[in-house]
Write a protein that binds this ligand. Structure first.
Ligand code: C5P
Length: 226
């Protein structure tokens, strides 16, 4: 317990397309630390619900799914992320906008968030953890030594997300995607439980017009002060 609480944590929270996933992964790799992609957990609950025919307003059913989530995280030979749900590779299928919207719906339910809390805290292992999501700095790791709130202009976020999905072979219309992102951000920011907002003491980092390398360098410079 003590050892776990001494393990350093960097939290990176932010809206859709802010680049937090990419930045968190690069920072974790550079430091040789563990990575928690907390959004993937909500996406997995949403996918598990779809697979099992559990409605997205069935709070008890969703909480049970979250509490018993059979998820495994790993990487392939090239170091690319791989995620399994109940033994099935779901790395691509959880990245669709449909799954993102479902994730945002189930994530607004407090019992679902409570059910995933222990699993998330379990990622805090030596030598350190980089955790990305919406409430990493405000709730799950509120005592983290470095909290970053990553953002970017709405136009840039929509373009990045569009490219990300295209690269994965998922074809979406940019205008429709912008509307979906706006709606998801609104839901994530206005919900009563664990809304998306900068944590107390968070450093705000606007990545608009900055390269991935520049943003990673800034976070690593801040991490060096830990
Ligand atoms: O980051 P990602 O797009 O994968 O997250 C999917 C959804 O999961 C978000 O829109 C948000 O509603 C929810 N989420 C959350 N808390 C987190 C991470 C994600 O509510 N820590």
């Amino acid at each position: 317990m003590t050892r776990e609480l001494n393990t350093p944590v960097i939290t990176i929270d932010g809206p859709v397309g802010s680049g937090k996933g990419t930045i968190a992964r690069s920072v974790a790799n550079a430091l040789g630390w563990h990575l928690l992609d907390s959004g993937a957990l909500y996406r997995l609950v949403s996918l598990a619900a779809l697979n099992r025919g559990v409605a997205l307003d069935d709070v008890d059913g969703l909480s049970r799914l979250a509490a018993a989530l059979d998820a495994r995280f790993g990487s392939d030979a090239d170091g690319e992320e791989q995620i399994w749900l109940e033994g099935v590779d779901v790395t691509s299928s959880i990245r669709t906008e449909e799954c993102g919207a479902g994730a945002s719906t189930v994530a607004a339910l407090q019992p679902v968030r409570d059910a995933l809390l222990g699993l998330q805290k379990g990622f805090r292992q030596a030598p350190g953890l980089v955790a990305d999501g919406r409430d990493m700095g405000t709730h799950v790791f509120a005592e983290a030594g470095l909290k970053v709130f990553l953002t970017a202009s709405p136009e840039e976020r929509a373009k990045r997300r569009h490219k990300q999905l295209n690269d994965k072979g998922i074809d979406v219309n940019l205008a429709a995607l912008s509307r979906d992102i706006e709606e998801r951000d609104r839901r994530d920011s206005e919900r009563s439980v664990a809304p998306l907002r900068p944590a107390e003491g968070a450093r705000i980092l606007d990545s608009s017009g900055k390269s991935i390398e520049e943003v990673v360098r800034t976070v690593l410079d801040w991490a060096a002060e830990l």
